[in-house]
Ligand binder design. Structure first.
Ligand code: ZN
Length: 122
């Protein structure tokens, strides 16, 4: 796995939130006919995808009505600095997927000297 395969994302307040390989742009989007909120799907139990999320997860779920009429429980993840919702999952524990809210995160330049890039040689 190459260093350059790791992508980092920040909240709109500049707080570092997510480091992931492969980049979010390589991951699938959730079916918009099920969920009206644009979301990117991170498979948690799939060896292809490794990530670290720096966000506070709600202990209590929020109930949402899906477009197909079913109810879904969302455990929201919030930015630790500004509390913006950045992601969610839908299971009490052992969630198979984490969903990133597309509008919440912005890509970071990993060459700016944050810890994601600490093994870089000068
Ligand atoms: Zn924030």
């Amino acid at each position: 796995m190459h260093q350059s395969d790791i992508a980092a994302y920040r909240c709109r307040c500049a707080q570092f939130v997510l480091a992931i390989t492969p980049p979010l742009s390589n991951l699938p989007h959730r079916d918009p006919s099920i969920c009206g909120v644009p979301s990117i799907v991170i498979p948690r139990n799939d060896g292809r995808c490794v990530f670290t999320i720096n966000a506070d997860r709600d202990r209590k779920s929020t109930n949402l009505r899906r477009k197909d009429g079913k109810d879904e429980r969302w455990f929201m993840y919030h930015c630790p600095r500004c509390n913006l919702a950045v992601a969610y999952d839908t299971a009490d524990k052992e969630a198979a997927f984490t969903y990133i809210l597309e509008s919440a995160l912005l890509p970071m330049d990993v060459d700016e000297g944050n810890s994601v890039n600490e093994t870089r040689r000068i």
